[in-house]
Design a protein around this ligand. Structure first.
Ligand SMILES: C[S@@+](CC[C@H](N)C(=O)[O-])C[C@H]1O[C@@H](n2cnc3c(N)ncnc32)[C@H](O)[C@@H]1O
Length: 277
């Protein structure tokens, strides 16, 4: 079973499930579409949260979505998980537990499968498909080019962006970011080193006329805004963020819905507002 999470783990799953139910109500009237749920970081189907004295188990997103039958279920479920032990558990918890449902499980990197998804949707076979995607990484595994590939396609995508836990931590205060971290930021944001530096840092000169970088004091919110702007270059509409905060009230992740459908964003914003309160 997966071992991570906090209260916000439950909230992000509730947001996804509420949205999926609203999506299925709308799609129920449009039976010509084949509906696929695509989960890029599927986990095992269950999440274990441990503290020093006990632990509790949350039903993971993959299983929660499979359990929806009303007003209608999805026609197909496509789960991607990179860890082979987790894949074995995922098979038991989804495919074996729901043999009547059309479930595909791939032991792969999500980036590869997002690219395959784009190719499929552009093919003759994929023409009548609509996708609800859930991209729920723990770190900065999603490369920008994987998202860019989805441009113009019938995908509603919830994406969890590690702004506080990822981007902000790699942006060193003094601007002295290692090459490996810069590479990671470039792949994640789809921007060059210069673009990243000029967005997050102010360049000043010290008394000895040497260049110094001063990091923005609001880098977490700025990275959330930047990612939203990037998403708006690929999708027509992007929701307000759901902010996942730790016990010190610091934002760790921003969760967005990106879609080419305005009504989808209205629904998502209502749900996000409720959970941000
Ligand atoms: C936050 S967990 C997902 C939790 C899941 N959405 C749920 O509700 O139970 C992230 C999962 O992604 C897997 N993972 C990490 N890197 C990956 C990658 N590049 N591609 C696919 N899966 C990956 C991890 O093994 C882990 O199970």
């Amino acid at each position: 079973m997966n071992q991570f999470g906090g209260d916000w783990t439950d909230k992000k799953i509730e947001i996804l499930v509420e949205y999926a139910k609203a999506y299925l109500v709308i799609m129920n009237k449009r039976s010509y579409w084949k509906l696929m749920y695509f989960d890029g970081f599927a986990g095992t189907g269950f999440i274990v949260k441990e503290n020093t004295v006990d632990f509790n188990i949350t039903i993971g997103a993959a299983r929660r979505i499979i359990e929806i039958d009303s007003p209608k279920p999805f026609d197909e479920y496509y789960f991607v998980e990179k860890n082979s032990n987790k894949v074995k558990q995922l098979i038991q918890n989804t495919k074996k537990a729901y043999p009547q449902k059309k479930i595909y499980i791939q032991e792969e990197d999500c980036n590869k499968k997002m690219c395959d998804l784009a190719v499929f949707l552009k093919s003759k076979k994929g023409k009548y498909h609509k996708i609800l995607a859930y991209i729920d990484p723990c770190g900065m595994q999603v490369e920008w080019k994987s998202i860019e590939n989805l441009k113009g396609l019938p995908v509603d995508m919830w994406v969890l962006v590690p702004t506080g836990l990822g981007v902000n931590r790699l942006l060193k205060k003094n601007g002295q970011i290692s090459d490996a971290w810069i590479k990671r930021l470039e792949l994640f944001l789809g921007l060059s080193r210069e673009e990243i530096e000029s967005f997050f840092y102010m360049k000043v000169q010290n008394l000895f006329n040497q260049d110094m970088f001063i990091k923005s004091s609001d880098a977490i919110n700025k990275s959330g805004q930047l990612y939203k702007k990037r998403l708006e270059e690929v999708f027509e509409f992007v929701s307000k963020p759901f902010e996942l905060k730790n016990s010190a009230n610091t934002i760790m992740y921003h969760l967005y819905l990106a879609s080419n459908n305005k009504a989808a964003i209205t629904i998502a914003n209502d749900i996000v507002n409720k959970y941000n309160r």
